[in-house]
Design a protein around this ligand. Structure first.
Ligand code: ATP
Ligand code: MG
Ligand code: MG
Ligand code: MG
Length: 463
């Protein structure tokens, strides 16, 4: 089964069971509490909350998702795991006050075992520690053996963001086998071995910013399954990077950099980042995000610049963006006609950002290299790179830490604050520096002050 067949089978399964097929919404949500559409439920938020009557009691969708900011941010996982992408497609079925757990659980099981043909003895499920009801349905209605049902606390509680719809959830995992890591099921075993494929959320509350949980008018169902995670299982591939959805783009990265996938771990991380970010860049541009210094535009800028820098570190000498964008459009254009339709604009914005970055990078790269060679990147230098040379602080940190060199992030923030003060005194607006300060905060949160634990090898990048 290829990805097109999987999309079709999923949709047909739920349409046959009375669900309305709803097209994917944009990656830019109407909802103002979110930077990006992080899940299939986001476009339906108002129906869950009862703020607007749902035009259908049941729906199914294949939603474009982006997890690169806010509560759901996988940016720092990309490349490090075999299962995370920033841009991915979420298959989902939804009930707006219609059926609840008793129906959602058997539907999911039937689809996974009968339609997709996954072997039941490879499957595990989890429920929330408090959710006896879901555990009973799995055991009694579906017939899952009790030793394959585990209970988790945080992992089985889902919420859209800091506020909004939330509730306990139940998840389906696929055991990829002993070669992927420790046994013990999803609760105790390895995350790469026990691959989370589908989350069934029992939406029951509206999380308030005061911390209170207000019950929804009616309990609802919101499920999300990762298309890119299921396809490798069906195609017998080890990761999300090696299927018809992503591999052609990774191959483009191989050809641009001269590196082969599967030879060297560090190269693999880089190639995965380039492949992932190519998809994210193309889809974000298609949905109207433009590289800027603030908000989602800044996330896009970081993604494009990280992709370019990573390509260069892997050995690319020429421009990369045009071929990567073309690769994504060739691979994904049939399923997402907006890509070929908007190809000219996507290409123009992407290559313009690449040109702009390269102009500044030609001056910035030696500055960064010199700082790294000196054994520490001080705050002033990091700030100058960020502010003058257009090397986002996240990139400076990533590259420096990759070579075992620290960045003085507190000094960076001080320099940033001084700059804001100066521009305020001079009568200029902030021009996104608040977002840039948030970027520094993101780095602090992600990497900590002194330690970087992301990569398993720590020698020079070889460039
Ligand atoms: P994980 O624990 O693996 O990070 P999650 O618990 O954050 O996943 P959910 O919020 O439950 O994910 O999203 C529902 C489903 O969407 C997941 O079960 C998975 O199949 C898919 N999914 C989530 N994040 C990603 C991602 N970064 N890349 C690809 N698929 C994803
Ligand atoms: Mg996650
Ligand atoms: Mg999870
Ligand atoms: Mg989950």
């Amino acid at each position: 089964m290829d990805s097109n067949e999987l999309r079709r089978s999923f949709r047909d399964f739920f349409v046959e069971r009375g669900h309305t097929a709803v097209p994917s919404a944009s990656l830019i949500p109407f909802d103002r509490t979110l930077l990006f559409t992080v899940a299939g439920m986001v476009p339906f938020k108002r129906y869950f909350l009862g703020e607007e009557p749902a035009p259908y009691a049941r729906a199914t969708s294949i939603q474009k998702c982006m997890r690169a900011g806010g509560k759901h941010n996988d940016l720092d996982q990309i490349g490090q795991t075999l299962r995370h992408l920033t841009f991915f497609e979420m298959l989902g079925n939804f009930s707006f006050g219609d059926y609840f757990k008793e129906q959602a659980i058997p539907y999911a099981w039937e689809l996974v075992t009968s339609v997709l043909g996954l072997e039941a003895d490879r499957l595990w499920v989890t429920v929330h520690t408090s959710d006896d009801e879901a555990a009973e349905i799995w055991r009694d209605s579906v017939g899952v053996s009790p030793d394959r049902i585990q209970r988790l606390e945080e992992d089985n509680w889902w919420q859209m963001g800091d506020t909004g719809p939330c509730g306990p959830c139940s998840e389906i995992y696929y055991d990829k086998g002993a070669s992927y890591g420790a046994d013990g099921g999803p609760a105790f075993g390895s995350d790469e071995r026990f691959l989370e494929i589908w989350n069934l959320v029992f939406m029951q509350y509206d999380q308030q910013d005061t911390g209170d949980l207000v019950p929804l008018p009616k309990p609802c169902i919101d499920t999300g399954a990762g298309l890119e995670r299921i396809v490798p299982i069906l195609q017998g591939r080890p990761s999300v990077f090696e299927t018809d959805l992503v591999y052609p783009i990774l191959q483009e990265a191989e050809s641009l950099t001269g590196r082969r996938y599967g030879v060297d771990h560090r190269d693999d991380v880089g190639l995965r980042i380039v492949a992932d970010h190519s998809r994210a860049m193309t889809f974000l541009l298609a949905d109207g995000v433009v590289p800027t210094n603030e908000g989602r535009g800044y996330v896009l800028r970081r993604i494009i610049r990280r992709l370019i820098l990573r390509s260069q570190l892997l050995g690319a000498h020429q421009h990369v963006v045009e071929r990567l964008v073309s690769g994504v459009i060739a691979t994904m254009g049939e399923a997402y006609p907006e890509l070929p339709e908007r190809q000219d604009r996507i290409m123009e914005l992407a290559t313009r950002e690449e040109d702009r970055f390269e102009q500044t990078l030609s001056i910035g790269a030696p500055v960064l290299d010199a700082a790294i060679a000196s054994g520490a990147v001080d705050g002033e230098v990091a700030f100058r790179l960020h502010d003058t040379f257009g090397v986002p602080i996240e990139l400076t940190t990533e590259i420096a830490l990759d070579r075992g060199v620290e960045v003085d992030l507190e000094g960076f923030q001080r320099a940033m604050a001084e700059q804001r003060m100066r521009s305020r005194q001079a009568g200029f607006g902030d021009d996104g520096s608040e977002e840039q300060a948030t970027g520094a905060l993101w780095v602090l949160e992600t990497f900590g002050k002194t330690e970087f634990l992301g990569y398993d090898t720590q020698e020079a990048t070889g460039e």
